[in-house]
Write a protein that binds this ligand. Structure first.
Ligand SMILES: [Zn+2]
Ligand SMILES: [Zn+2]
Ligand SMILES: [Zn+2]
Ligand SMILES: [Zn+2]
Length: 354
């Protein structure tokens, strides 16, 4: 039985995860000299040629546990990596993330060591974190990161800087910035509507799953509007509809994307006194406007926000805007309750009868 690394039984910080991922990349290159180089140039081409896995690319979205649009399975022989085709950067990152699962699951001593982590979710989170670092290690070398960021304090803008300077995928740039943070935390790439495209955390900090929409009062939404936003008391919305509070956060808009960094302790960009808060979960209860109270994390996921926030009584999601209660009649220009109109109509009952 191989020795269990001490860091596995305690906290696994982003730097340790990065180091372990670099070892996996090194092992792979030792087995297949030159492979890492070809993976860096074009992972899709290199994986198509790679004999250890069957590699499939498809247009359909895969559902799976991964933070990326892809999956890895050992139910086939050889194992299969499936990736959803999106923009080049995203597709490349997804493919290399899945190769990270292959490297880990093919390393017997490592799987035995992982199995010593009793908490299954924690085990899964560590494997995911190593996959992210593995993909970033191949796509964006540590020496390049050092050249661009240098001694700068890592912020959300660092993700944009890395992306613009290297063209590496946004996810790879986000992972590299996560590794530079002084505190545990998470990084996020989101749309201007606040939808999470990619997120990953360090240590025991949960990252929200892709597709989860961050609420209008979050730093993500504020940066989408104003260009930048930071907060000493920020929240992250998760797919269950619950929020986690107590983060420090920094977010920046970059063209059609928002990058955000959340830390669970004093971040580098805050100078002077900072009262570190413990992260804490918001209430799981939600009061629906229909009068019902329900527990968030429902089975039914909403297509608008991707959260499990749907009221079991009335079927309306917590993200739904307040219904319009009054309408101005286009005939008399008076304001009447919606009950005075036909469904979809704009002329009030009084005017219709005149
Ligand atoms: Zn994964
Ligand atoms: Zn919703
Ligand atoms: Zn309801
Ligand atoms: Zn009217």
């Amino acid at each position: 039985m191989p020795d269990v690394p001490a860091w596995l039984s305690t906290k696994f910080d982003a730097k340790t995860v990065a180091k372990r991922a670099a070892e996996f990349v090194g092992n792979m290159d030792a087995r297949h000299p030159g492979l890492v180089e070809t993976l860096r140039d074009d992972p899709l081409e290199a994986l198509a040629q790679f004999g250890e896995v069957t590699f499939t690319l498809s247009a359909h979205q895969q559902s799976g546990k991964c933070s990326v649009l892809g999956s890895y399975t050992t139910f086939t022989d050889p194992p299969t990596i499936s990736v959803t085709r999106r923009g080049q950067g995203q597709t490349w990152f997804s493919a290399l993330h899945e190769l990270g699962h292959h490297e880990q699951q093919g390393d017997f001593a490592w799987t035995v060591a992982l199995d010593t982590i009793d908490d299954e979710r924690r085990r899964g989170r560590l494997e995911e974190q190593i996959c992210e670092a593995f993909a970033a290690e191949i796509l964006l070398g540590a020496d390049v990161v050092d050249e661009i960021i240098g001694d700068d304090i890592p912020t959300a803008k660092s993700i944009a800087d890395l992306h613009h300077a290297t063209g590496a995928s946004r996810a790879a740039c986000a992972v590299r910035v996560l590794q530079l943070l002084r505190a545990e935390g998470l990084v996020m790439v989101a749309t201007l509507e606040g939808e999470v495209l990619f997120s990953t955390g360090s240590g025991d900090v949960f990252a929200p799953k892709k597709g989860t929409v961050q609420p209008p009062d979050s730093v993500v939404a504020r940066a989408a509007d104003a260009g930048t936003s930071s907060s000493r008391d920020a929240s992250v919305m998760y797919g269950t509809g619950r929020q986690q509070h107590g983060f420090a956060a920094d977010a920046v808009r970059d063209d059609d994307y928002v990058y955000a960094v959340f830390t669970a302790g004093k971040p580098g960009w805050v100078t002077g006194f900072y009262a570190s808060k413990n992260l804490y979960w918001g209430s799981a209860e939600h009061d629906c406007r229909c009068g019902a109270t329900f527990t968030r994390g429902a089975e039914a996921y909403c297509e608008t926000c991707n959260r499990g926030d749907t009221c079991p009584e009335c079927g309306v999601c917590a993200c739904a805007p307040e219904p319009v209660r009054d309408l101005t009649c286009t005939d008399c220009f008076m304001v009447w309750p919606t009950s005075h109109y036909l469904p979809g109509g704009t002329v009030c009952q009084g005017c219709r009868e005149d």
